[in-house]
Design a protein around this ligand. Sequence first.
Ligand SMILES: Cc1ncc(C[n+]2csc(CCOP(=O)(O)OP(=O)(O)O)c2C)c(N)n1
Ligand SMILES: CC(=O)[C@@H](O)[C@H](O)COP(=O)(O)O
Ligand SMILES: [Mg+2]
Length: 635
Amino acid sequence: MAEILPRLQGPQDLKAMDEAQLTQLAAEIRRVIIDTVARQGGHLGASLGVVELTLALHRVFDSPKDRIIWDTGHQAYPHKLVTGRFHRFATLRQTGGLSGFLKRDESPHDIVEAGHAGTSISHAVGLARARDLRGEKHHVVAVIGDGALTAGMAFEALNHAGHLGTDLLIVLNDNSMSIAPNVGGLARYLTQIRTDPAYERMRAELERVLEQLPRVGSQAVRWLQRFKDSLKYLVVPGMLFEALGFRYIGPVDGYRLRDLIRVLESTRSMRGPVLVHVITQKGKGYAPAEGDPWTWHGPRPFNPATGKMEPARPGEPPSYTSVFARTLVELARNEPRLVAITAAMPDGTGVATFARAFPERAFDVGIAEQHAVTFAAGLALGGLRPVVAIYSTFLQRAFDQVVHDVGLQRLPVIFAIDRAGIVGADGETHQGLYDIAYLRPLPGFVLMAPRDENELQHMLKTAVAYEAGPVAIRWPRGSGVGVPLEEPRVLPIGRAELLRSGRDVALIAYGPLAHAALKAAGQLAQEGIQAAVVNARFAKPLDEALLCDLLATTRCAVTIEEHVLAGGFGSAVLEMAARHGLDARIRCLGVPDRVVEHGDPAHFRTLFGLTPEGIARAARELVGAAAPRRRRAGG
Ligand SMILES: Cc1ncc(C[n+]2csc(CCOP(=O)(O)OP(=O)(O)O)c2C)c(N)n1
Ligand SMILES: CC(=O)[C@@H](O)[C@H](O)COP(=O)(O)O
Ligand SMILES: [Mg+2]
């Protein structure tokens, strides 16, 4: 039964606690996190790994006066619990409840908002420099994971911090994991530091010697301390962080609270950029998560006693991701040029499935979306057919690479854009709501969205067959519609599909909302309104012939998309109608100009009218408004 946590007023209470109390509090925090995520899902492993680190940071520093920044923020459940949100924690990631990431309007202790990895050091350098220029005196601390450190911008920030020399503490939370095991030379390097026996033996020996020496800051002690610090040059030459201008301290055991507190205390008086390398374990304190940190990064609800996750609902259609992965494997059997790239999301994108079939043709580049896209450009220039499998939201990180390295070179790169649309519990930083708007302006791009998992197969085959330039296909998070899967076939580029005829109004859908449009048409038919339903298939190029003909007949249309209205599919139809001088009333349904926070996607689809009822309502209003004009025109 939690005894300390419910009474914790805030992080200041930690300063009066002794080690036994902190240890008990750590146990209470783990229990609450495990029980909450077991009930409603969430990010388990990362948060369990940093319980002690969180307590030590909030014990040593004075948040929010001292700025503690959490990279990505998926590991901040302990931070939320010790900063006054215990009593709201059961609402985590629920509609209207606590966010699963940091939110400045949730707490003054949430200094920076994130959700995308790799931004913490840049924020910290900015906060530190602002402090300096404003003559303020407080600490700035960024906690970044070993996975997030593979994000290019993290190195841009390290480089700049070393240049500025500003007082700054970076805590490297090294658990050897990204979502999957961390990749690359950096991961190997960190492993070397962590496990090098010679370095470890010498360091431990010197620690013992230093412990024996008198506490006075004699010259000998200072010399020995310097010698200990310089050891790493001998054993791990060219300590990367030291070379970048950081004072490197570590590796430190992330679960020996006393050491953690002592080391962090020692950094308070240090000048310039300091990096403390803390060794943690993803899933610490919960055996199933310790044993399989990959799976337990973001588990479905589970039974905490047995560690059994809830099975997928019986009869649930296959996910779009699984259909994408299976189709890609099948296409690759006959197309040896096909290769797949992921930026640290092998399972989320399905590239892990492809990698099991073609290990040599699958690439996990780490959290490095910019490199992923230009790496794909290089693969294409080298004669291969790269497929960049990436979440819509994470592709935003590589916008210039898409424009500059793929688009302008008209390279046949396929962007397999998953999590396009409203994603749900991850909220505003993860919504896939902007990809049509940021890709549609690019010359030479083909943009597609399947109405269901069966058409996704056809679109993937179409993309592989198309070599005249880049192609992007977008599909939503989660299960398909539940339609039979046919043999994949090539679709004619730029051709839409008329699903239902009707002369009163056109319902023009882009993506799986075509099925909601069909249901709306059924509702309207019962009121005597004949609605045509179009599965647009392409946002670029539009099927202008079909759409112009239809609009000339119905003279009113509703466009439907799970994307922001600004610059989305509806905008494309409006631009087309204006360009052709069509006399048609067009109502666009989509996401309005607002942030879409975390919560049940169905709640937001209802809010935005992206349901059969919402579509029918919009059509009814249009037809009603058009009726007098029709009568006047004798239509
Ligand atoms: C730009 C970006 N790409 C991908 C992701 C997906 N993602 C979320 S957490 C994570 C792993 C982060 O690893 P690390 O920083 O080591 O944190 P850990 O989970 O190990 O605590 C990834 C790839 C993301 N949030 N942001
Ligand atoms: C924290 C993070 O960015 C990832 O863990 C993300 O939450 C995964 O999203 P999915 O659950 O949609 O794969
Ligand atoms: Mg990690």
